[in-house]
Write a protein that binds this ligand. Structure first.
Ligand code: ADP
Ligand SMILES: O=P(O)(O)O[C@H]1O[C@H](CO)[C@@H](O[C@H]2O[C@H](CO)[C@@H](O)[C@H](O)[C@H]2O)[C@H](O)[C@H]1O
Length: 442
């Protein structure tokens, strides 16, 4: 199918488009079709040459002979209406059917998680809000609702979101939503042996109605300075339990010198990248480097799979007061190959500690001088670590040098993330880097 010229402009406006500010230069390198004569569903793999061809996007479109209610088409080509597929109910129904019946569609194929029941989509809607991917919530006739995540940037190899959540769910753990299945696909990749890449395209899991993300809950508490220690403690416990489950379900290994060198190398690359993008950080470069050097000499725990982009927004609080973790895809700005390696659990601990600081930081953005927000964060941070130690039996306070390095590393990631997406928030991670670097230098 010929792609409409309007598509590039449309892609540029999407939240999931990574090349902010630049105009996409898209080349279709493959795709597949499903559906029927009435609604053709075509998934396109579009390589963006505006970033040197390093990002491949998945863009599913539906094609209809007649307009679909009030939904605005992306384009009308030769009398056919082209829609962003996740907004077309035919797409969700067809994809769920592929998954539950493990059907092929071109080079793509649905896979059902063992034990997942059959359901039929009654209605679907795209989840609103800021997301790196596109999630569709499906109400079903005969069971619990389903959330289907369409991965927008495609990568060769298993997507950690699917691999990790499916592995955790398969143990019977209730700390992640029940998995339903996924769609995998393949596309041309001349640099790979055989010239083909294989990866996950979509992931379906149970949608938990009534769940509220812990970021919003923490933010409410931080604004009113309501102590969050009990919740943070429970979250520390849940985090340790998920780590323990991942360590039994997926491979672990001793941290070798080469692993340590490679993690430190990537921390330094991040430091240099952040100093380049945010020159105000340059004066802290050497102090930060000293923190990283201290981490090299520290004792490193066994490596295992971890969440990888852990913050309060990745935790859902469900009625009945328990926590469920989602979005194990890792940091969107980090290469997928790195995200799929066994890593240090302290990276997740550091991510969540940063998140408490973010909640306090966002209060300070609105209420200058509300210094007590720092005490709020400090209590939550201590409680989180206590809960983690209690459930893991590991006194991670002994790993202070490593934890400091991972916290600074996360804050450097955040500085770049904010500079690109939310410049008015940049002071939150910058202030934290300054504090951590100065504290460690003492
Ligand atoms: N199984 C689920 N049940 C209820 N809400 C969910 C579920 N999975 C995700 N969400 C909601 O959708 C949001 C976005 O999902 P996420 O996996 O983080 O997507 P993205 O990769 O686009 O950031 C989450 O913060 C959460 O609020
Ligand atoms: O889109 P993702 O959920 O994968 O994560 C990205 O966006 C997050 C912002 O939504 C960003 O998180 C940062 O801001 C949060 C508050 O909005 C805060 O709780 C986190 O601690 C902070 O890191 C995340 O880093 C980024 O990968």
């Amino acid at each position: 199918m010929r792609l409409p010229h309007e598509l590039g402009e449309w892609v540029a406006q999407q939240r999931w488009y990574g090349g902010k500010g630049s105009e996409p230069v898209l080349e279709r390198i493959g795709g597949w079709q499903a559906g029927d004569d009435e609604v053709v569903i075509s998934t396109h793999y579009l390589l963006d040459h505006s970033d040197g061809g390093s990002t491949l996007y998945q863009v599913p479109l539906t094609e209809r002979a007649h307009p679909l209610g009030t939904l605005a088409p992306i384009a009308v080509v030769e009398g056919r209406y082209l829609y962003d597929a996740p907004h077309d109910p035919a797409y969700a129904a067809t994809i769920l059917d592929l998954i539950l019946h493990e059907r092929p569609a071109g080079h793509a194929r649905g896979h059902r998680q063992p034990g997942a029941g059959h359901v039929t989509v009654a209605s679907s809607a795209v989840l609103t809000g800021e997301q790196s991917n596109t999630s569709i919530i499906c109400r079903v006739d005969d069971g619990a609702p389903v959330i289907m995540k369409v991965f927008r940037a495609l990568h060769h190899g298993g997507n950690p979101d699917v691999v990790l959540q499916s592995a955790i769910a398969a143990t019977g753990s209730t700390l992640v939503p029940r998995s339903i299945g996924y769609v995998s696909g393949e596309w041309p990749a001349p640099s790979l042996p055989g010239g083909l890449a294989r990866g996950h395209l979509l992931f379906a899991q149970e949608f938990l109605p009534g769940a509220e993300d812990a970021w919003r809950i923490a933010l409410r508490a931080a604004h009113r300075l309501i102590d969050f220690s009990a919740e943070a403690h429970a979250l520390g416990r849940a985090t340790a339990e998920v780590h323990a489950t991942l360590a039994t379900a997926l491979p672990t290994r001793e941290a070798q010198r080469a692993d340590i060198d490679s993690i430190l190398e990537s921390m330094r690359a991040r430091l240099n990248g952040a100093c380049h993008e945010v020159p105000a950080l340059r004066e802290l470069h050497d102090e930060i480097d000293t923190v990283f050097e201290a981490a090299r000499e520290a004792e490193w725990p066994r490596l295992q799979r971890i969440h990888g982009d852990y913050h309060l927004g990745q935790v859902l609080s469900i009625p009945g007061d328990s926590f469920v973790l989602v979005d194990f895809e890792g940091e969107p700005l980090r290469p997928m190959a790195e995200r799929s390696e066994p890593d240090v659990t302290l990276r997740d601990v550091a991510g969540m500690l940063r998140s408490f600081d973010y909640a306090a930081g966002s209060v300070l953005l609105e209420t200058a001088g509300a210094v007590t927000a720092h005490d709020w964060a400090s209590a939550a941070r201590h409680a989180f670590v206590d809960g983690y130690i209690e459930a893991s039996g590991r006194d991670i306070r002994q790993n202070r040098a490593l934890l400091d390095a991972f916290e600074i590393d996360k804050a450097l990631y955040e500085v770049v993330y904010e500079a690109r997406n939310r410049p008015s928030w940049i002071d939150i991670p910058t202030a934290a880097i300054r504090r951590l670097a100065e504290r460690s230098g003492r």
